[in-house]
Design a protein around this ligand. Structure first.
Ligand code: ADP
Ligand code: MG
Length: 246
């Protein structure tokens, strides 16, 4: 089954992306058309270029060549804050001196949103992520899983169409990872927004993705549904990566 995406439905379009660090080229002609509401997983081993692609989408890295469109708008040279994205990193990057509520409110205060709107969005995110009871605590008093929920909450309150996750569960133990994986899936079903999710874990990829882009050395090997990629891998590398236990 091949999912074709018309340009008007395109949530994120990456066209001919190239990126070099000095003389070393790490992304080679990466192109993807991603439809509204898709859950895209960028899967690959360490150093395959997953985070680099995500950082280009977020505007944290300048591309060497190529273009990025979000909701049909060319954002290639836009500031990160103007791109309408929420990003969640592996390290929670919470402000330790602020409460959970303060952490959730921080970006919104900077965006000069009215107080009652900020409160409304925090209440909603806290309810969805089940962190209502921790709102007045500081991150130091939370477990790893709770902190990562807060980090997801910080993206959620921004009320954006496009979420970027960079290995958000890698720092958690296996039990929590499995638990949060289910919650992220529910979150996506509830919000219906577009997700681009980076992981090196094929189980995460197979359970979460509507489509998987498997990367090696900055080249997309295959971009397909989990079922297709599992049943019809295009080369031995894909077959080995998807078939091998983590
Ligand atoms: P992944 O997220 O898949 O583990 P990355 O996107 O972080 O991989 O890295 C892709 C390649 O780019 C790697 O070879 C890495 O060493 C290189 N790289 C990443 N960031 C930099 C940088 N700031 N300077 C030079 N090389 C980098
Ligand atoms: Mg990475």
């Amino acid at each position: 089954m091949h999912q074709s995406v018309s340009v008007t439905d395109s949530s994120l379009s990456i066209r001919g992306l190239q990126l070099s660090f000095g003389a070393v080229q790490v992304l080679h002609d990466v192109s993807m058309e991603i439809g509204r509401g898709e859950f895209i997983v960028l899967l690959g081993g360490s150093g395959s270029g997953k985070s680099t692609i995500l950082n280009c989408i977020a505007g944290l890295l300048d591309v060497s060549d190529g273009q990025i469109f979000i909701n049909g708008r060319n954002v290639t040279w836009e500031e990160p804050k103007d791109r309408g994205i929420g990003m969640v990193f592996q390290s929670y990057a919470l402000y330790p001196q602020m409460t959970v509520r303060g952490n959730l409110a921080f970006g919104l205060k900077n965006a000069k949103l009215p107080k009652d709107e900020i409160a409304r969005r925090i209440d909603r995110a806290a309810r969805i992520l089940q962190i209502e009871d921790y709102l007045d605590r500081k991150p130091g008093a939370l477990s790893g899983g709770q902190r990562q929920r807060v980090a997801i909450g910080r993206a959620l309150v921004r009320d954006v169409d496009l979420f970027l996750f960079d290995e958000p569960l890698s720092n958690l133990d296996a039990k929590l990872r499995a638990e949060l994986r289910v919650e992220i899936k529910r979150l996506h079903e509830k919000l219906g927004n577009t997700m681009v999710y980076v992981t090196h874990d094929q189980i995460e990829a197979m359970t979460l993705a509507s489509r998987i882009a498997l990367l090696r050395h900055g080249v997309i090997q295959q971009f397909d549904t989990p079922d297709e990629i599992y049943r019809r891998p295009v080369n031995l590398y894909v077959a080995g990566f998807i078939g091998s236990p983590s």
